[in-house]
Write a protein that binds this ligand. Structure first.
Ligand code: SF4
Length: 316
């Protein structure tokens, strides 16, 4: 039987960002430098395939520093950690490497700077996400107020409406965040915001590519993990941009072929922590069932690269 034709739109940019790339390199280089096991506090990036691969090489993933022995190196994940974590590692004389994405560290510095200038901080983010916990944890407990929606802005109780600043999680929906920022500006006209968006280039670029791709597709798949904030946002952006079926899949096995019955086009993208090998696996699954014509929807070219920390660039 001949295969049905299918146009496969591939979003670009998609998949790994510079912060994820750097974090994975940090774990690999740490194992090379110090030998296994190297401990990693929290999933280095939110992707099971990546985590399993690093575990095979000698990484041990834990949720808390208290689970790490004093005499093995520990790495902090790309999402960032509250200040109390490196402080505790220092107090125990541990060797630690911070794999926090430099773009998250920039937000940490911003929060500290505003607080030092006497401004109360508001964070736009998702409660419980490790990046939000890490950024809020740059200041003493209770100092940073969290808002997740414009409705939260209406309810938030501040010390002085004239002395306020806000920061955001880096992986939010650009459009939802604009609504929350508009609500903050309307209620607190004196509030100070970042010079340039805290939402990072990778999140912004992946959402832009999806906006361009989604209206063309009968269905859209985002390769990514269920706990990956930027991947989940891509699903929402795709649905909002006009694609009636937008789903998150971790890999090809998750594709619901019955739901895709009769489609003529599919859009594929991937969150910033999803490796290209899983994207190719999904593409190959379509090629095995359909006569695929590939089309790239490219809305930006990325050439961002972050250096690994110095301690890993010098020999042991
Ligand atoms: S998604 Fe953005 S903030 Fe997060 S690791 Fe990648 S570049 Fe850094």
């Amino acid at each position: 039987m001949s295969k049905a034709p299918l146009t496969l739109y591939l979003a670009a940019p998609r998949g790994f960002c510079a912060g994820v790339d750097r974090a994975i390199k940090i774990v690999e280089m740490a194992i090379e430098k110090w030998g296994a096991p190297v401990y990693v506090r929290h999933e280095i990036v939110h992707n099971k395939f990546v985590v399993d691969g690093l575990r095979d090489k000698g990484a041990v993933f834990v949720e808390e520093l208290s689970e790490c022995p004093d005499d093995r190196p520990v790495i902090f994940s790309a999402h960032g950690v509250p200040k109390s974590v490196p402080n505790a590692a220092q107090a125990r004389n541990m060797v630690f490497v911070d794999a926090t994405c430099p773009l998250v560290s920039k937000v940490h510095i911003e929060a500290q700077r505003h607080s030092d200038a006497g401004l109360q901080m508001i964070m736009i983010g998702h409660e419980g996400h490790p990046e939000t916990v890490g950024t809020m944890g740059q200041l003493p407990e209770g100092e940073v107020l969290l808002v997740e929606t414009p409705q939260d802005v209406a309810k938030v109780q501040v010390r002085d409406p004239l002395k306020l600043a806000y920061v955001t999680q880096t992986t939010l929906s650009v459009d939802d965040t604009a609504d929350i920022v508009a609500a903050l500006n309307a209620r607190f006209p004196a509030i100070v915001g970042p010079h340039k968006e805290d939402i990072c280039y990778a999140t912004t670029n992946r959402q832009e590519a999806v906006k361009a791709m989604a209206p063309k597709c009968d269905a859209m798949l985002v390769v990514g993990a269920p706990n990956s904030s930027n991947s989940k946002r891509l699903v929402e952006v795709g649905a909002r941009a006009g694609c009636s079926y937008a789903q998150l899949v971790q890999r090809a096995d998750d594709i619901d072929w019955r739901a895709l019955d009769g489609i003529k086009s599919i859009g594929i993208t991937a969150g910033a922590s999803a490796p290209e090998v899983l994207i190719n696996e999904v593409i190959d699954a379509f090629k095995s069932r359909y006569a695929v014509t590939e089309e790239l929807i490219e809305t930006a070219i990325e050439n961002v690269e972050f250096k690994v920390p110095r301690v890993l660039r010098v020999p042991a």
